[in-house]
Ligand binder design. Structure first.
Ligand code: SF4
Length: 285
């Protein structure tokens, strides 16, 4: 296949996602999140279009089972600034819908609003990513992504349009956004979204360098937690297991209080995931 691929997060042993396919309408991303896990792709922060995208999507769809779950996007964002002009994501959604696919949209881009008309009529769920509601912290973590306020507004709007909507409260930064957990879960609940997916920050070489530069006052503590006490799993540095469990349990407690279902992403705590899916795919049911 050319542009639709089996979802395979680097054979990650902690991944609990159901079988699904992945489609990135664009290569690269311009939100420039300093924690991005996809920067192994060359020139990642200079996004570009894919040649003959729609024709290649149509060809690939002939090779996969009917009603497959297709996630847009796992190594980019389907709603980049350039998509306002090119509308490649909209073109893909139309083809996927016409072919009866289940569509899982994962985005920080608020112009998903443009495609509500298609999403409403498709077998579809949307998860909007949000890792802080502090605008100043956001500027350092996700310099070019829409503001948290705008993302909360779009979640509210998707819910109002009866589109199954969850939130990726992800990643959670120890010592930095951890203290925002109660407020963020409360804000998510107020939007009407029903599901939260969370994970703690995983570090790779380039993200650690950027994080140190952005938050020098936290560098010493983070270095201790990730590189002395933490562990390496699937090419990323993780916090120590008890610390991850502590952070995620806080999210679970807040979600329970608000009546939200909860899942973790690549954490290895299946008992924390209720009811059934980590990525929000149960929202289709
Ligand atoms: S939105 Fe996702 S793909 Fe884009 S830079 Fe941020 S983490 Fe990376």
């Amino acid at each position: 296949m050319q542009v639709i691929r089996e979802f395979d997060p680097w054979d990650g042993k902690l991944c609990t996602c159901p079988d699904k396919y992945s489609l990135n309408p664009y290569t690269g991303c311009d939100h420039r999140c300093i924690y991005c896990y996809a920067t192994y792709i060359p020139n990642f922060f200079r996004p570009r279009r894919k040649k003959d995208l729609v024709e290649r999507v149509k060809k690939d769809l002939k090779k996969i089972p009917e009603s497959s779950l297709i996630s847009l996007s796992n190594s980019s964002d389907p709603y980049l600034k350039m998509d306002k002009e090119y509308k490649d994501t909209r073109r893909c959604l139309k083809v996927l819908k016409k072919n009866g696919m289940k569509i899982l949209v994962v985005t920080k881009g608020v112009h998903v609003k443009r495609d509500i008309d298609i999403l409403k009529r498709a077998d579809c769920a949307v998860t909007v990513s949000l890792c802080t509601i502090d605008e100043e912290v956001k500027k350092k973590l996700e310099p070019n992504a829409p503001s948290p306020k705008k993302r909360l507004e779009i979640i509210r709007q998707l819910v109002k349009e009866d589109i199954p909507t969850g939130v990726r409260f992800d990643p959670i930064f120890p010592e930095l956004t951890e203290q925002e957990i109660p407020e963020i879960v409360k804000k998510i609940s107020e939007t009407g979204a029903k599901h939260v997916v969370s994970s703690t920050l995983k570090l790779r070489g380039d993200s650690w360098k950027k994080l140190k530069l952005a938050f020098p006052e936290k560098a010493q503590e983070l270095e201790k937690e990730y590189f002395k006490e933490g562990e390496k799993i699937d090419n990323s540095r993780y916090l120590p297991e008890e610390k991850r469990l502590h952070i995620l349990k806080k999210v679970v407690e807040e979600c329970e209080e608000e009546g939200l279902s909860f899942g973790t992403c690549r954490e290895g705590f299946p008992s924390l995931t209720t009811p059934n899916s980590c990525d929000g795919s149960h929202l289709f049911e």
